[in-house]
Design a protein around this ligand. Sequence first.
Ligand SMILES: N=C(N)NCCCC(=O)O
Ligand SMILES: [Zn+2]
Ligand SMILES: [Zn+2]
Length: 325
Amino acid sequence: MSELPPLPRTTTAAGVVGPVDATQVPRYAGPATFARLPRTDEVSRADVAVLGVPFDSGVSYRPGARFGPAHVRAASKLLRPFNPANGAHPFGDQQVADAGDVGVNPFDLGEAIDAVERAATAVRADGARLLTLGGDHTIALPLLRSLAKDHGPVAVLHFDAHLDTWDTYFGAPYTHGTPFRRAAEEGLVDPERCLHMGTRGPLYSAQDLEDDRTLGFQVIRSDDYEVDGVASLVERMRRRLGDGPVYVSVDIDVLDPAHAPGTGTPEAGGLTSRELLQTLRGLAGLDVVGADVVEVAPAYDHAEITGIAAAHVAYELLSVLALRG
Ligand SMILES: N=C(N)NCCCC(=O)O
Ligand SMILES: [Zn+2]
Ligand SMILES: [Zn+2]
């Protein structure tokens, strides 16, 4: 079969292959990869791989995060190569490529969790850092399992309305409300360096917070943003995370439902997208070894509000990775 000519891409002097050139192919045309970047099989190696995990068998309320990866990729088409907020070229100072989706079993949660860990380990085997698009929050557990094999216990910086350190739901240990309790029990996280940000909303009991503290988490609440402001919270965040490896997990429901309606367990009183993006920029210089953006459920989204927020979260995370030099 005859083929279309190759898509025009910007390639830097160092050989980094960027997104399809938007001055030659309009943004709504071209590939469905994240930010119209090359696929991992189109480049010789990647510094960062974007991996989709279309999985939502761990949810406790509204389903639909299995469609998150495709939605975030679709909403990422407008991202441009230069980040003026911090001077990063997230697609030029490092090779970013899209590794596609993991094919996970929606009917067997244990098998799905193992498949995510295997995929993460395979994609990271050539040295790529992983930015994962979920999927519900259950997937943070296998992602941490994979990372801990190389890095040992990591700091977890967890943006979420919820603690996600609950024990079980209906007796089930692996759900989107329990990944960080399992991770702590398995010794995958450094209990001196873990932090939730944006926590809010009703709990089951006061004991939830006690348990959470015992597992090694500190909490910066959504309300603290109002009182303390981003700059002072960033200072606190950096003190807590220290110099070692950091895993960043962003549940999009950390945003107020006005800023992210498309999610499964929304809670009022959340962060603005501006607060979240600014906080992420505060990670510059830290050793971010992996990250995820989870819980985007497009069926409840409007006008791509949530998809765009998630794409920008991913962009800021890629910028932090690019600034590591
Ligand atoms: N990880 C997310 N998004 N939600 C957890 C909520 C668990 C619950 O229904 O209590
Ligand atoms: Zn949540
Ligand atoms: Zn969560």
